[in-house]
Every structure is written in C-alpha cells, then in structure tokens.
Design a protein around this ligand. Structure first.
Ligand SMILES: [Zn+2]
Length: 79
C-alpha cells in the first residue's frame, strides 16, 4: 500500500514536532550567586517530547509507526 503522509482531522498535513533538552550543573560561588558558566553539561540531544502537530488547528497526535517503520498518526493528544 502506498504511504500516505499523516494528516490532521482538519485535513492539514501534520509536522513532526520535537523538544530537546539538556542538563547543566553549576557551582554556587562564595558570593552566593550561581556561577554563570556551568561546570558540567550533558544530555545535549536528549529527547524530551515529540509528537505530530497541526499548524492550522493546533491538533496534536502521538507518533506511531507502521510495519515498515514509516510515521503514521496515532491517538489524539489530550492536553
Ligand atoms: Zn488540524
């Protein structure tokens, strides 16, 4: 079966949306301030969230994959 790009309930094509995060550890200075430059940064590309999103109606969906590993629309995201 030909692959169909995931679309929203409203008919708009969905986009892949992701948010990545990282962690910083910083020393506290004698002055009581937190050092501006962290001494340890890790998890630069750590994935925090991803989902499929519609830029027309702002609907959001979970990401699923078909048996060939292609992205398909999952359940609607309840916020
Ligand atoms: Zn939509």
């Amino acid at each position: 079966m030909a692959y169909q790009k995931p679309t929203c309930e409203c008919g708009e094509e969905l986009i892949y949306w992701t948010q990545k995060g990282y962690t910083e550890e910083s020393k506290i200075l004698k002055s009581g301030k937190i050092a501006k430059r962290p001494y340890h940064v890790y998890g630069n590309e750590m994935l925090v969230w991803d989902r499929l999103k519609c830029n027309r109606c702002y609907g959001e969906y979970h990401i699923e994959h078909d048996s060939s590993g292609r992205v398909i629309r999952g359940e609607k995201w309840d916020s």
